[in-house]
Write a protein that binds this ligand. Sequence first.
Ligand code: TXA
Ligand code: MG
Length: 340
Amino acid sequence: MTDYAEVDPADPSSEVVATAAEVLRRGGTVAFPTETVYGLGADALSADAVTAVYRAKGRPASDPVIVHLADAAALDAVACDVPGLARRLARRFWPGPLTLVLRRSAAIPDVVTAGRDTVGVRVPRHPVALALIEAAGIPLAAPSANRFGRISPTTARHVRQELDGRIDMVIDGGPCPVGVESTVVSLVGEPEVLRPGGVTLEDLREEVPDLRYRRRVTSTAPTSPGLLLRHYAPNTPLLLVEGDPGPVLAQLAAAGLRAELVLSPADRPQEPATVAHDLYARLRSLDEASVDVLLAVTVAEEGLGAAVNDRLYRAAEGRVVDSSDPGAVERVVTTLRPRS
Ligand code: TXA
Ligand code: MG
């Protein structure tokens, strides 16, 4: 049985937070809101507790989880050989949606890091997340609170759809303000963005001018399993359209396929941050609409647009079509089947 409790996101009730903190200290699993997406938390220092998180999500043991701290002062308890650059980025961007990959400390069990010698760490800025970590008095290992490979949850209702009955508790603190996950930056070796996210590349490059980011990089044996091609995916196939989606819609209709637009050219003038905020809720509700295919256009690769385009690319499993090339559209259409 999963317990649900609502809190005011700006001023979380100490009673709910105290109950959840107790569940976590006893080795249980609690989903909670962060500024990015809902996380599924467990005691990061307990291998058994973190194993329960992997089990609930159906997550492969090869994918490491992020450790959440209440304060950068706790960094040396979970990481070692922390470079000066990490402290500088922490001062500027924490609390906030930035995850730093650092050398791990011996206190962190193997299951958290998937056996690697590095650990991903962040200090979230959501008041509920901070209150919970503080009350629990332990670092929290917390992946996004969804089944593995699925769309990340940005409301407690999404968490219920994904994990009801599989975890101990859900704290409902309303919708997540950012809507896409944290930016993951490796500081082991040359600084590199492993996943674009809530802190923009532009802001990061003010501190690290030569910060590396490889757009649309995918791998089956990646430095970060977040680079898997199929990730953040709806059940309905999604096509990413370059150019005007009109001709693609017409070709789909001619093939007897029903399509819905997740993002259309009319959405392009919106702020990337607004698109990011609504992206996962939109994908989720259109996924429930029983259509054959979802279409999306990319947004400008600026600000949170880099994260939006990255998630759409992975949700599309790399299916990108150029609408001015009917042959390319045709080839993709033949791989799609109407939903029965
Ligand atoms: O915004 C977020 O980061 C959310 C909230 C809950 O904090 N969490 C989240 O966790 O998105 P998850 O597990 O869904 O994604 C973590 C990403 C994955 O791509 C994982 O491969 C990468 O971080 N990661 C974690 N530890 C790593 C490590 N030691 N080395 C490389 N990548 C790592
Ligand atoms: Mg995830």
